[in-house]
Design a protein around this ligand. Structure first.
Ligand code: FAD
Length: 321
């Protein structure tokens, strides 16, 4: 059954987040040959419409308003509801990001629909669109279908393949005028912690440090390795609690969930709460002095040794590639 499916393009610092392209990949499966429509909300975002089209959107609807410059759930809800009203889609896909996690349940409940969140796989089986999502902190997976209402789903970064970018693709870009009014929240100022380099939740390579890193300076060799591999630095809660790094780097049950192609755990014991945030990574390398450390039970490759010797050696070797 061909469907019309909307994809919210998520803009950060003037660019689209990678997960938006992955959401288009997901939407293509859900649409089953129907139309995939990108949606952009913001103050000045129409310049990004072609990006969505080159990654597979058939066309793009843009809602621009000064009040949408910063994300607020009621502002974005008003903008997206207006697009839904004019497009009457059968499905809407979001990235499973802070924004997607906040906005999608609000809209799904307003429109009397369910929501399948944190999707890691989508297939067409037995005439249904079947969504796979992890449960019990990634220890099991469940498969779900939508039987009623609009299909709302959020897709976990790094799990659904985006389409190849095709610069020759073209599509209509239309703007929809929406009066954004009565915002209950007005963002006066955004104060960001200085974060360097690649976004942790979308990184293809994560080099994470635990209490074994021993100090803030101890993270330096990990940063260097991450840099050489084009990846991001993450941490266990042990390292964050010890004030070796900021909590924004925490991975695990109460931190970020990541599924990179390569996860390098350095001086992390592998507590169950940490595994909840990284055990679905595609390849896991663990470096730990203790051969009995639990992290080796989930690792594809284990290196028993001192991280301060092993990490610089890896960096030097990767530099040669
Ligand atoms: P440790 O367990 O102390 O492990 C340090 C490791 O470093 C050891 O295995 C040691 O052998 C190794 N090591 C030491 N020196 C070196 C060296 N020079 N070279 C190589 N290896 C070395 N934790 C999370 O990570 N994320 C979460 O989201 C999270 N949520 C939690 C929620 C709750 C409700 C609770 C109760 C706990 C949570 N925790 C979480 C904490 C978790 O239980 C662990 O305490 C924490 O993950 C341990 O961090 P760690 O592995 O860095 O430290």
């Amino acid at each position: 059954m061909a469907r019309k499916v909307l994809v919210l393009g998520e803009v950060r610092d003037g660019s689209l987040r990678n997960v938006s392209y992955e959401a288009i990949g997901a939407a293509k499966t859900v649409a089953e040959g129907g139309e995939v429509v990108g949606v952009l909300l913001g103050a000045s975002v129409s310049n990004l419409a072609n990006d969505l089209i080159q990654y597979g959107a058939d066309r793009v609807v843009v809602v621009e308003d000064e009040k949408l410059e910063q994300y607020t759930s009621d502002g974005y809800a008003q903008g997206l509801l207006a697009v839904i009203d004019s497009e009457q889609p059968e499905g809407i896909i979001f990235g499973h990001t802070s924004l997607g996690k906040d906005l999608s349940p609000k809209l799904a409940s307003k429109l009397d629909s369910g929501l399948i969140s944190d999707v890691t796989g989508i297939e067409v089986a037995g005439g249904n669109i079947v969504f796979t999502r992890p449960i019990y902190s990634g220890k099991a997976f469940e498969k779900k279908i939508v039987t009623d209402g609009i299909i709302f789903a959020t897709v976990r970064p790094n799990n659904i393949a985006p389409l190849e970018k095709d610069e020759s693709r073209t599509g209509d870009v239309t703007s929809l005028s929406v009066e954004i009014k009565d915002l209950r929240t007005i963002i006066k100022e955004v104060v960001r912690k200085a974060t360097e380099g690649v976004d942790l939740s979308e990184a293809k390579v994560v080099v994470a440090g635990g209490r074994g890193v021993k100090s803030e300076e101890g993270f330096e060799p990990l940063k260097e390795l991450a840099n050489v591999l084009g990846g991001a630095v993450g941490a266990s809660r042990g390292a964050c609690d010890a004030e070796y790094c900021d909590y924004s780097l925490q991975i695990g049950q109460t931190g970020k969930v990541v599924t990179p192609d390569l996860y390098i755990a350095c001086g992390i014991s592998g507590a169950i709460q940490h595994l909840a945030g990284m055990s679905n990574s595609k390849v896991i390398v663990a470096i730990n002095k203790d051969p009995e450390a639990n992290i080796f039970n989930v690792a594809d490759y284990g290196i028993v040794g001192d991280l301060f010797e092993v990490v610089p050696m890896l960096t030097e070797e990767f530099k040669k590639l």
